[in-house]
Design a protein around this ligand. Structure first.
Ligand SMILES: [Zn+2]
Length: 90
């Protein structure tokens, strides 16, 4: 079964955004549920509630390159090694 997603409206980096995220389904493994819950909060607030990791925003050159290519920007979080958001270390 493919994953299910939902959309959250958020203020991301000072701009309104739609954040598409995996839904937390009842039948998921408890560790995966915890990981998804932490990631969902991190994705809309810019800070991981479990380890405090903060989003690394693309710099101006990266934003312009994404706009020229017509693609979405890559947003990066670097979580602590033991953060629940990493679930199985992946
Ligand atoms: Zn984290």
């Amino acid at each position: 079964m493919p994953p299910e997603y939902d959309i959250t409206a958020a203020d991301v980096g000072g701009q309104r955004a739609m954040v598409i995220q995996p839904s937390i389904l009842d039948d998921l493994d408890p560790d995966l549920k915890s990981a998804l819950a932490a990631r969902r909060v991190a994705n809309v607030t810019g800070e991981c509630p479990a380890c405090g990791a903060r989003v690394r925003w693309p710099n101006r050159a990266e934003r312009r390159a994404a706009a020229r290519a017509g693609r979405a920007m890559t947003i990066v979080f670097v979580h602590e090694d033991d953060c629940v958001a990493l679930c199985d270390g992946d």
